[in-house]
Design a binder for this molecule. Structure first.
Ligand code: HEC
Length: 91
């Protein structure tokens, strides 16, 4: 039991250390995505959701981040963000 708990703690520590290091795929729009999408949660959310989201899905997701979560993303950046997400992480 003890050993098992320790392993869990170690695992959690390693996951935490990795978080700042998520590298998104290189491509047009990557820097704006990294700047816009990393302030509230890890960029992990992007590759994690790539099997589920097509262009429409990403568009809805970005809109939700802005309208519901209050992400301070400029309207003129949205097309570049959606393009990048769809091209690199679209279903
Ligand atoms: C203002 C804070 C904020 C910003 C900025 C933000 N998000 Fe989120 N995001 C959230 C919150 C809050 C959740 C849901 C709670 C959680 O699971 O952490 C979330 C969840 C998600 C999810 C999981 C699925 C879902 O809809 O719940 C995805 C995918 C996602 N965000 C993508 C993005 C992308 C892409 C960007 C950049 C365009 C972004 N987020 C920017 C706050 C933000």
């Amino acid at each position: 039991m003890r050993t098992w708990t320790m392993a869990l703690v170690l695992l959690a520590g390693a996951a935490g250390a990795d978080e700042g290091d998520v590298r998104l795929r290189d491509g047009t729009g990557r820097s704006v995505v990294e700047a816009s999408c990393s302030m509230c949660h890890s960029l992990d959310y992007i590759p994690m959701n790539s099997p589920f989201l097509d262009r429409k899905g990403w568009e809805a997701s970005v809109t939700k981040m802005i309208k519901i979560m209050g992400a301070p993303i400029r309207a003129e950046d949205v097309p570049a963000i959606v393009d990048y997400l769809n091209k690199n992480y679209g279903r």
